[in-house]
Design a protein. Structure first.
Length: 272
């Protein structure tokens, strides 16, 4: 079941009912879940299930369920099994013949997507990229041609280098949404091109603090425009102001004005 990703009030009435009625709660870091339970006045037995003991914890969980008890599974924040432990336990419990009931709620990726304003209907959730530069760039290269919004989780100490690599491998013209500290006091959502993103986070230490979701515009938006429209726009932008270049490109190619205008701003280096 899902728990909040920051704001403790982002929890459903049903989730609270389940936390209250479960015989035990399987939690990633029991101290963090204890804080949530204390906030809502729910005293409950906690079992630790983290990435290093998930298989061992299965035995404990099955023993409990075998004794006719119920168990709720949570992670530190958000939805279990999404860049978090949970899948091993869920699968083992179901294989043992018990039912598994999802209780939906907060998830950082979906929360960021809702506020991103990226118009593509499809997205690919990647989660964390490899922490080492070479492996990260290889992983990005494998995603570069996909026509979907790409959704990443990233740690604060790697945010700048990650944005540098994204700009290099995915292309500097793509838009990126940097969603930081969602639902918390210092929430910020910044949209710019990948070309400008590294310098934006480097300009202020506060912009590198907290938790991040990065959403990068998919390749489709660019390839659509990269054909006739993009080429025409590039030639005209070299000679004319943005508005005139866009007007003429619309007339010449029949392309969509909004898309071409956005692309023109990006090509000029001051896209949103
Ligand atoms: N299971 C969680 C979920 O459903 O979103 C994700 C857990 S993952 C270990 C933690 C990562 O999620 C963070 O490093 C960050 O990238 C992202 N994240 C979690 N909470 C966030 C928030 N409030 N704002 C932005 N990103 C967040």
């Amino acid at each position: 079941m899902a728990t909040p990703i920051g704001n403790l009030r982002d929890i459903s009435l049903r989730a609270l009912d389940v936390l209250k009625s479960a015989d035990a709660i399987a939690a990633e870091d029991t101290r963090i879940t204890r804080r949530l339970l204390d906030h809502y006045g729910i005293p409950k037995r906690l079992i630790a299930v983290h990435e290093h003991n998930e298989r061992r914890a299965v035995k404990q969980a099955l023993a409990l369920l075998g004794a006719g008890r119920s168990l709720a599974l949570v992670c530190d924040a958000g939805t279990p099994a999404i860049s978090d432990p949970g899948a091993v336990l869920v699968s083992a419990v179901r294989d043992a013949g018990y039912s598994v009931t999802p209780v939906p709620g907060a998830n950082a990726a979906v929360t960021a997507l809702a506020a991103a304003g990226l118009e593509t209907p499809h997205f690919l959730f990647f989660g964390f990229l490899p922490s080492k530069g070479g492996a990260r760039r290889r992983a990005l290269a494998a995603l570069a041609a996909l026509p979907y919004t790409l959704v990443f989780y990233e740690a604060p100490h790697r945010i700048a280098e990650c944005l540098h690599d994204m700009s290099e491998v995915l292309g500097a013209a793509r838009r990126v949404v940097i969603a930081r500290e969602l639902t918390k006091a210092f929430e910020s959502i910044h949209v710019c091109t990948l070309a400008l993103a590294p310098q934006w986070v480097e300009a202020d230490a506060n912009r590198r603090r907290g938790e991040f979701v990065l959403l990068v515009e998919g390749a489709a938006a660019l390839t659509e425009d990269s054909s006739e429209g993009r080429r025409t726009l590039e030639v005209l932008l070299a000679e004319l102001p943005v508005k005139q270049a866009v007007d003429l490109t619309v007339k010449l190619t029949g392309g969509r004005r909004n898309e071409l205008y956005k692309l023109a701003l990006t090509l000029k280096g001051h896209g949103k």
